[in-house]
Design a binder for this molecule. Structure first.
Ligand code: HEM
Length: 150
């Protein structure tokens, strides 16, 4: 039971980190705040967001294979598939912002140029989409944890 509790804690720790850093990205990725420091910060914030997502996936898998319910119960449960599908959607939505933030920094270092308002708004939309999909995942999680979907 100690392992189960520790895995649950690490999963929640990764969730909290993910939410804090996607919120930071959403707060920073605004045309009115855009300056050289913000461009640099967005790359760092996005990297930590990515690491948190990786730890979240790893702790999720660990809960499947080392949890008391056992992998067969989880893999035959449609709620887990919904969770992972939503997680993959968030992952796909995160690709373009990651590439743009890196491109903005390269442009900043090369010419000192900052990204245009339209460009920032477009990328912000993808950040906000992620921030709206993530809260759906715990809805599947709490029912999964209480034995539904099996
Ligand atoms: C943003 C992504 C995710 C969020 C917000 C999230 C949220 C949660 C929450 C809140 C719980 C605890 C539910 C409860 O005890 O009431 C949980 C449990 C769990 N999560 Fe996640 N999760 C995410 C991603 C994943 C992924 C990607 C996997 C699998 C690879 C996963 C596998 C699990 C498992 C196996 C449990 C234990 C369920 C049980 O107690 O039987 N999670 N998750």
């Amino acid at each position: 039971m100690i392992l189960e509790s520790l895995l649950a804690y690490l999963h929640i720790l990764a969730i909290l980190t993910l939410v804090v850093f996607i919120s930071s990205e959403a707060a920073l990725c605004r045309p009115e705040w855009m300056n050289a420091k913000t461009v640099e910060r967005l790359v760092t914030v996005d990297r930590i967001y990515g690491i948190a997502a990786g730890v979240l996936f790893a702790t999720g898998l660990a809960r499947i294979y080392f949890g008391v319910k056992g992998p067969d119960w989880y893999w035959s449960n449609w709620l887990l598939h919904v969770k992972i599908a939503l997680f993959v959607v968030v992952g796909l939505l995160s690709i373009r912002p990651t590439l743009r933030f890196a491109q903005w920094r390269r442009a900043l270092h090369a010419t000192g140029a900052l990204p245009g308002e339209d460009e920032v708004r477009k990328v912000r939309k993808q950040v906000m989409l992620q921030a709206h999909v993530i809260p759906l995942i715990p809805l599947a999680a709490v029912f999964l944890a209480r034995g539904f979907g099996g």
